[in-house]
Ligand binder design. Structure first.
Ligand code: C2E
Ligand code: MG
Ligand code: MG
Ligand code: MG
Length: 280
């Protein structure tokens, strides 16, 4: 009967909710342990100049495989970490790893920029800029080798919080470059373009993946590239998987690409090897 069906769905819904809450608390518990045991890792994905094929930078992406619960993807991990506050610990870890790595490469004569993803929650910490600058110092990493990727959601919230903008300007003043990540998928507020020190526009992979499928998407992407250019920004496209996508992006005037066409995220050793190969 209807009543029974209704009853069932209520039971199964609360079961699903219960499972989700359970999973979250397991992840939280295991994450605390993983952070303590230094079980998190960082992989790097090249960002390549579309004309020269040279690797200009690499994006640091966190990886976690837990002994008990297996691989937890960043798409599951990051939102839970944000909710529980553990994002600050992940952030500190990734920042330190990235600075150490950039400094190490720098000492080997390789000036490769490293991009770090930071969430707005991390910047609510009033000491964020200070912590980053201190890490640069202790690791002896030149500030101009570090880029920070923020999302549109971040940009929108930062706009409302003067202390976040102040911290960004402080970091920019030291030579750190800000990238607007996942461009086009958030909120269409152009006000943050006016307020925030953004140098690179990163077009979201969602657009790139449908680039060849629709003319409308092509016009949209072309428009985004032209917008970036008119704002004197460097335009980077993420999620580039095919030569065809690369070719069209080049025609539009896109400056740099990142994606499986070049390489998946890999270890720092593998990046070292990739540098020695021509990327075109
Ligand atoms: P994102 O910053 O937009 O990173 C791009 C994501 O797309 C990465 O997934 C990358 O592995 C994937 N990707 C790169 N090239 C391709 C491609 O050609 N095709 C496809 N299909 N995918 C591609 P990942 O590593 O799973 O990270 C997902 C998201 O999690 C990131 O999106 C970022 O927002 C967040 N994230 C990752 N690491 C960190 C971190 O250390 N801190 C913070 N706050 N967020 C992070
Ligand atoms: Mg990113
Ligand atoms: Mg992105
Ligand atoms: Mg993305």
């Amino acid at each position: 009967t209807v009543r029974e069906a209704g009853g069932d769905s209520i039971v199964s819904l609360s079961n699903a909710t219960h499972k989700a809450i359970n999973r979250k608390s397991i992840i939280e518990k295991r994450l605390l342990f993983a952070l303590d045991q230094q079980h998190l890792k960082v992989l790097y994905q090249p960002q390549v100049n579309i004309h020269s094929g040279k690797i200009d930078a690499v994006e640091a992406l966190v990886r976690w495989e837990d002994d008990e619960i297996g691989v937890v993807s960043p798409d599951e991990l990051i939102p839970i970490a944000e909710e529980t506050g553990l994002i600050n610990n992940i952030g500190s870890f990734v920042i330190e790893e990235a600075c150490k790595q950039a400094a190490k490469w720098h000492n080997e004569g390789l000036d490769l920029k490293i991009s770090i993803n930071l969430s707005v929650r991390e910047f609510r910490d009033k000491n964020m800029a200070k912590t980053i600058l201190e890490t640069l110092e202790t690791t002896r990493c030149p500030a101009n080798l570090i880029q920070i990727e923020i999302t549109e959601k971040f940009a929108l919230e930062a706009e409302a919080e003067t202390s976040i903008i102040k911290q960004m300007l402080k970091l920019e003043n030291e030579g750190i470059v800000f990238i607007l990540d996942d461009f086009g998928t958030g909120y269409a507020s152009f006000r943050y373009m006016q307020l925030l020190p953004i140098k690179i526009l990163k077009i979201d992979q969602m657009f790139i993946s449908s680039l060849l499928k629709s003319e409308k998407t092509q016009r949209l992407i072309n428009g985004m590239v032209q917008f970036g250019k008119s704002m004197n920004l460097t335009v980077l496209a993420e999620g580039v998987e095919t030569k065809q996508q690369q070719q069209i992006l080049k025609e539009y005037g896109c400056d740099a690409i990142q994606g499986y066409l070049i390489s998946k995220p890999v270890t720092h050793d593998a990046i070292r090897k990739l540098i020695k190969l021509p990327m075109k």
